[in-house]
Design a protein around this ligand. Structure first.
Ligand code: IMP
Length: 180
C-alpha cells in the first residue's frame, strides 16, 4: 500500500478512483431517472465539491444547470454562533428543482444552516447529494437524498478534499493514518 505524506501527516489509500467513478455513475443514473423533465439546478458547494461536481455532471443524461457557490462563515448573534452566507448564488430558486452537491457531510452543521436559507426561496424540491458522510460525526441530522459512501469518523483527503489546502488534486480518497 502506498502511503503518502501531506504536510506533517500520513495518509493511506481508502477509496480508489474506479470505485469512486462507478459509484458516481450510479448516483448520476438515479438522479437522471428521478428528475427527468425537471431541468434541475445543481448547486455545488466549493471548494471541496469541485471534482465530484464535474464528474457527476458529465454522467447526467438529462438537461440540467449547475452553479458553483462558496459558503462564508461569519459571526452571527451570540445565540446563533457562526452563520453561513452563500457567495455567488445568483439564480432564483422559486419553483425549481434544486440539487445540492457536497463533498462530505460531517457534523451536518454547514447544511443545517444553509438549507433553510434555500427553503426560504421556495424551490419546488430541495435535494441533497453528498459523495461522503460520517454518520458517527453527525450532530445536526441532514437527510441525504443521494449518498455515495458512508465512512468511519476518520479524516479523509483527496478527490477535492484537502488537508490545510493540499491534497485536493488526488484522484482517489485517502484516509489519515492515526498516530503515525
Ligand atoms: P460539516 O459542517 O461538519 O458537515 O462539515 C462539512 C465540511 O467540512 C465539508 O464540506 C468539508 O469541507 C469539511 N470536512 C469534513 N470532514 C472532512 C474530511 O475528512 N476531510 C476534509 N474535509 C472535511
Amino acid at each position: 500500500m502506498s502511503v503518502i505524506q501531506v504536510h506533517d501527516k500520513q495518509f493511506t489509500p481508502y477509496i480508489n478512483a474506479d470505485k469512486l467513478q462507478a459509484r458516481i455513475q450510479e448516483l448520476a443514473a438515479a438522479i437522471s431517472n428521478d428528475l427527468k423533465g425537471e431541468k434541475p439546478l445543481f448547486i455545488a458547494i466549493l471548494n471541496g465539491s469541485f471534482m465530484f461536481a464535474a464528474d457527476m455532471f458529465k454522467y447526467l443524461t438529462i438537461e440540467a444547470e449547475i452553479s458553483f457557490i462558496k459558503l462564508a462563515s461569519y459571526k452571527g448573534m451570540k445565540s446563533t454562533g457562526n452563520v453561513v452566507q452563500a457567495i455567488g448564488l445568483d439564480e432564483d430558486l422559486f419553483g425549481r428543482t434544486v440539487v445540492i452537491l457536497e463533498d462530505i457531510v460531517d457534523t451536518g452543521k454547514t447544511l443545517s444552516q444553509f438549507l433553510p436559507q434555500l427553503e426560504h426561496q421556495q424551490p419546488k424540491k430541495l435535494l441533497v447529494t453528498s459523495l461522503l458522510t460520517k454518520p458517527e460525526a453527525m450532530k445536526f441530522p441532514i437527510k441525504i437524498d443521494y449518498l455515495g459512501f458512508s465512512v468511519p469518523n476518520k479524516f479523509l483527503l483527496g478527490y477535492g478534499l484537502d488537508y490545510d489546502g493540499l491534497g485536493r488534486n488526488l484522484p482517489e480518497i485517502y484516509q489519515l493514518v492515526e498516530n503515525a
